[in-house]
Design a protein around this ligand. Sequence first.
Ligand SMILES: Cc1cc2nc3c(=O)[nH]c(=O)nc-3n(C[C@H](O)[C@H](O)[C@H](O)COP(=O)(O)OP(=O)(O)OC[C@H]3O[C@@H](n4cnc5c(N)ncnc54)[C@H](O)[C@@H]3O)c2cc1C
Length: 399
Amino acid sequence: MDFGFSKEEERLRQEVREFCKKEVTPQLIEEDEREAGFGPYVWDFFRKLGARGWLTPDWPEEYGGLGSPYMDKFIIMDEVTRAVGGWRILLTVGASMVGPAILEYGNEEQRRRLLPPIARGEVEYTLGYTESQAGSDLASLELRAAGPAGEVFAEERDDYYLMNGRKIFNTAAHYAQFHWLGARTDWENPKKHQGISVFVVDLRSPGITICPMRTMSDLMTNEVIYEDVKVPKENLIGQKNRGFYQIMTALDYERVTPSGGLYHLFEEMLTYVKETEFNGKPLARDPIVRHRLAQLAIEISSARLLDWRVAWMINSGTVPNYQSAMSKAYSAELIQRIYNTWVDMMGLFGQLQPSSKWAPVNGRIERQHRRSVIESIYRGTNEIMRVIIAARGLGLPRE
Ligand SMILES: Cc1cc2nc3c(=O)[nH]c(=O)nc-3n(C[C@H](O)[C@H](O)[C@H](O)COP(=O)(O)OP(=O)(O)OC[C@H]3O[C@@H](n4cnc5c(N)ncnc54)[C@H](O)[C@@H]3O)c2cc1C
């Protein structure tokens, strides 16, 4: 069995590595890790990736891509996350999740209007799925989009949908320009998942209020409130009332997890144990530390294989399904194990926050350790990943 990359792919990897050496600065990494979202360094980096066609190399040229195979995109994401360490940069909502869904379900006008700005790195999207009563059970979402006259709302609305309701945990809403919004367009149908449609909404539309929600890790997410928001009908993506299936497709892409970021973390960890002494002895000589690092090395290699399988499937034209659920669940828990190990190795110092002068690695690990909790919650919880694997992967009866 040969898991190797072709010569062209290796050349591309090298080119991206060289690019990152030049463009990934400490300021960029700092900004990527901050809770506030994209700032000037990340936007600038994004546009540089966009100018090379590297945000969306697999898209057709007429929509801003390079017409390359998906594997090129995977290699670029892998190298960029390896260089940056990658939280937000990994989760480019427009280029990696929404764009593929627009390519698949949008009409020609929508593709030409919405895709090139994503490809150039000029705009970002935020995912508008979750509501207080609809998280894992996404089919219960209620945000209403009243379409043809005569339904819930009285005012005339020939060319727009009138939106009312609220979304929670919409992570990039405070710096993104567009909402990828799941809204209920049929509330009579008892099959809840058949009454949802997907819209692209300009977040500056009148009637939208964005309220910050702070999490235990300082990461900022948001509540987004819709009060009589008019959304042009041409922003309905795909077929009305078929949005649930489109969201499921976008989620399958969202769960692609390039393991480059894991290598970044692991390499930093190896440097830390080589450079840090405990009781007069380098940590790297401690048998327990060595054992735990060796275990993590095995697990990172396994994560890489799961991750390559998903990339290979997309590259061969198949939408991954339980395979991306496996990759997502495994890497989410692995990231948590990496940070747990790291904090354990730091002993009591591991609890010190960035404001303390005694905090090792500038307190970054303490913060990222808290942040790693969300890995098994967002992009679908790890329990839901196991529900998907059991039903679709193992063919077990649905609950
Ligand atoms: C920091 C953060 C950022 C987020 N960003 C976004 C975003 O940008 N956009 C967005 O739309 N959403 C976002 N989310 C929301 C996230 O996707 C949901 O929190 C997640 O899907 C879980 O939904 P819930 O919180 O309603 O929990 P619930 O669905 O109420 O689940 C509660 C618990 O029950 C378990 N559970 C539920 N159903 C089952 C089942 N059938 N079988 C087994 N166990 C089950 C869950 O695994 C979980 O442990 C974010 C969440 C967080 C914390």
